[in-house]
Design a protein around this ligand. Structure first.
Ligand code: MD6
Ligand code: FE
Length: 204
């Protein structure tokens, strides 16, 4: 489904078996040698989500990408699994984009977690200028997501992102403001959840 130029929602793109498989792979990574943690952002506030970056690490203090988690524990970001890359690149291609994902931000939401309205603009200027998309995968509990325009002032439209949905945000929609206002607890398909995992694939 095309929502706006460059903004595509592929509902139930992943079947429940794939959702469970991916959920489990994410859990293994989150509990692995380079674990998920709760970032503290610029200004000193803790985020309400757990985060684990793959491929490259997003530094919550500098808002820059780096190989090592220098704002946290100095560990190297785990590799981005090739199977993950293919899921994202294929969805991007189906939306008409050529994308070579080289990093993924995994966020874990509990019932109380939110994601404030933001723009994703920490990738390379060339990537953003070319409109190379961000591809997101939602797993577990559904979320109320809002997406607006290229300025904070423009009105937002609400969307529900359910387990197995993929969102592609590229071209003229690459810099739209968006956020997560609520998690719908108890909606996760069996074998996923509790809570919600969102994967956002990016090309640095
Ligand atoms: C989330 N997603 O769904 C947060 N960003 O939990 C994002 O912030 C996001 O879904 C860029 C592109 C797609 C997204
Ligand atoms: Fe985002």
């Amino acid at each position: 489904m095309i929502l706006e130029p460059g903004l595509f929602l592929f509902q139930a793109r992943l079947n429940v078996a794939m959702q469970r498989q991916l959920w489990m792979e994410c859990r293994v990574l989150a509990d692995g040698p380079v674990p998920m943690y709760t970032p503290t952002v610029r200004g000193g506030r803790k985020m309400s989500v757990g985060m684990l970056c793959l491929g490259k690490h997003w530094n919550a203090l500098t808002y820059e990408y780096e190989s090592m988690r220098s704002d946290h524990d100095g560990l190297d970001a785990p590799e981005l699994p090739q199977s993950f890359v293919e899921l994202a690149a294929t969805a991007a291609a189906d939306a008409g984009f050529v994308m070579r994902p080289d990093l993924c931000i995994m966020n874990y939401y509990t019932a109380e977690s939110r994601m404030g309205v933001h723009q994703d603009k920490d990738e390379r200027a060339e990537t953003i200028a070319a409109g190379i998309p961000i591809v997101s995968i939602s797993l577990g509990d559904a979320a109320r997501f809002v997406i607006g325009g290229l300025t904070r002032k423009e009105p937002t439209r609400p969307l529900i992102l359910r387990s197995g949905d993929m969102l592609v945000m590229g071209g003229p929609s690459r810099l739209r403001f968006h956020g997560v206002t609520r998690i719908q607890t108890g909606t996760a398909p069996e074998g996923t959840g509790p809570g919600r995992i969102n994967l956002t694939f990016r090309q640095w």
